[in-house]
Design a protein around this ligand. Structure first.
Ligand SMILES: Cc1cc2nc3c(=O)[nH]c(=O)nc-3n(C[C@H](O)[C@H](O)[C@H](O)COP(=O)(O)OP(=O)(O)OC[C@H]3O[C@@H](n4cnc5c(N)ncnc54)[C@H](O)[C@@H]3O)c2cc1C
Length: 478
């Protein structure tokens, strides 16, 4: 019999189109491993709703692996720096030589894998790592002068050329293996959130993000069959639900980005040809995800609180705790911002357009450090992803790669009038403004300063704060 292999699942909780699982099964029968690291997750500011989502999907994965006769070890190791010795104990106990895992792109993740790899090599074992999370291997999309791209448009152009040559294929599904006879019992209990030291998530919140068999596939399929065709028209309107809402499923790997690509190109039989503008724009969004992952790989310092633009690293931010708290809880008096922040707290997700409005409001109008916003988002997003979150925040704060110029500041009121013209989104999340007409709802006190509402007055003047931000940034940029 070929030697036993260990397949270590991380942010890739699926059995289809899985690089490491496929390679491991090619090499021999497998035992699977998942390591739960709640203290490490807290260090990374992972949201409880995201951890809950992970644990729920882990249960589903366990069932799927059972059907493949792949036993699953569930280990609890608080910090990653303690992983190596425990891993070695399992490898020795089960007489396993090789560990297979998909690469994760964060700096701590990279460092962890390096240490584990060296440790295992010292003990004559091997860690095999596979590229899986992005469309193209990070580091492989370079300019003609072999430099990483710093402009999305140029990056996209090269990616288009590559996709035109060949769409990356999905990995084949793995067969079920013979039942293994093991000489020890494996820990396979999935702990509850409270056992891991987190508060429970309300069932209503869980119900927003189902994990039932095939759910993510169906959601992807439905989106590709119907909504993607109008995506270019609807994606910016938060009340329209025109985007896929697949980000949580992509983030913990319930779906792979290759599966999304192949679904998108299915109507053109796998050829790089899209008939609808909506499809094209959706592809571009997947490529923003790709871009930020490549950026994180080339510039790992951005995950350590550093601005991508060094000249803005020393920018002095306002120390304004009460403004920060008002923003966090959706009490700024700017309805579109507050609606977004309340959507985040209620659902763990926020519409992209509103993420941009809200992030720009914090970093520009309030002139509060984008890192505090980045952290708050991470602590509450079900799709919290280091590369995308950091990329989004640094874009809005003008400190990032290919970011919005510092003087182009969204006016949240005009954004609100344009993208939520009938106030449906605001009414959904701010019921205290429900009765206002479509004009007043975007800025209640603007037209009637004495209006009696159970809603705060704006904590900042939009015009003055915009000028303050431009002047402040200008001093640092010039
Ligand atoms: C301040 C800020 C913070 C953000 N934080 C995150 C985050 O932590 N995790 C996250 O996945 N996205 C983040 N985004 C990007 C974007 O808001 C979400 O990916 C999107 O709202 C998810 O909804 P969807 O699945 O319906 O996206 P769709 O519009 O259907 O797009 C499909 C997929 O493409 C990817 N994508 C879309 N837009 C972007 C983008 N601008 N940058 C990177 N990837 C993108 C996502 O994986 C998304 O699921 C952030 C954006 C901003 C402005």
């Amino acid at each position: 019999m070929p030697p036993l292999q260990l397949i270590w699942f991380r942010q890739d909780l699926r059995i289809h189109d899985h690089a490491a699982l496929w390679h491991a099964r090619q090499a021999g029968p497998c035992i699977a491993l998942v390591i739960l690291s709640p203290a490490q997750w807290q260090l990374h500011n992972d949201a409880t709703i995201k951890i809950d989502f992970y644990l729920r999907q882990l249960k589903a994965l366990q069932q799927q692996l059972l059907l493949l006769n792949i036993p699953l070890i569930i280990e609890h190791i608080d910090y990653w720096h303690n992983v190596s010795p425990s891993l070695l104990i399992w490898l020795n106990k089960l007489n396993i030589q090789n560990v297979h895992a998909n690469i994760e792109y964060g700096d701590n993740e990279h460092h962890r894998d390096q240490l584990i790899s060296e440790y295992l090599t010292q003990h004559k074992k091997t860690l095999f790592l596979y590229h899986d999370r992005s469309i193209f291997q990070v580091g492989s999309i370079l300019s003609k002068s072999q430099q990483p791209y710093k402009v999305f448009g140029a990056f996209k152009k090269t990616v288009y050329e590559q996709l035109n040559i060949c769409l990356p294929q999905c990995f084949p599904s793995v067969d079920s293996q013979h039942q293994l006879q093991l000489n020890c019992t494996l820990p396979n209990k999935i702990p509850t959130l409270t056992e891991l030291g987190f508060n429970d998530i309300a069932p209503e919140q869980q119900a927003l993000w189902p994990i039932t068999e095939g759910y993510a596939w169906k959601k992807l399929d439905d989106f590709i069959q119907h909504d993607v065709l109008d995506y270019d028209q609807t994606r910016d309107f938060p009340a329209a639900q025109g985007s896929s809402q697949l980000s949580p499923y992509l983030n913990i790997g319930i779906l792979s980005v290759r599966q999304c690509l192949h679904a998108l190109f299915s109507s053109s039989h796998g050829q790089f040809h899209l008939r609808h503008h909506g499809q094209q724009i959706w592809l571009d969004e997947l490529l923003w995800r790709e871009f930020y992952q490549h950026i994180l790989f080339h510039y790992p310092q951005i995950s350590k609180g550093k601005s991508f633009k060094p000249e803005l690293q020393q920018l002095k931010w306002r120390d304004a705790e009460s403004d920060l708290i008002a923003w966090q809880h959706g009490h700024t008096g700017i309805p579109i911002v507050d609606a977004g922040m309340r959507q985040l707290l209620a659902t763990g997700w926020m519409h992209n357009r509103v993420r941009m409005i809200s992030a720009m409001f914090l970093s520009k109008n309030l002139l509060i450090d984008w890192r505090l916003g980045e952290q708050w988002f991470m602590q509450h997003l079900i799709d919290g992803d280091l590369a995308a979150n950091n990329g989004g925040w640094q874009w809005c704060a003008s400190t990032g790669v290919d970011a919005v110029p510092y003087f182009r500041i969204f006016n949240p009121m005009t954004q609100s009038q344009r993208f939520d013209p009938h106030g449906h989104y605001i009414r959904q999340w701010l019921p205290e403004l429900k009765h206002l007409d479509n004009k007043t709802i975007h800025m209640p006190y603007q037209y009637q300063p004495d209006m009696q509402l159970n809603y705060p007055k704006p904590i900042v003047d939009l015009k003055q704060s915009r000028l303050r931000a431009i002047e402040h940034f200008r001093l640092h940029v010039n």
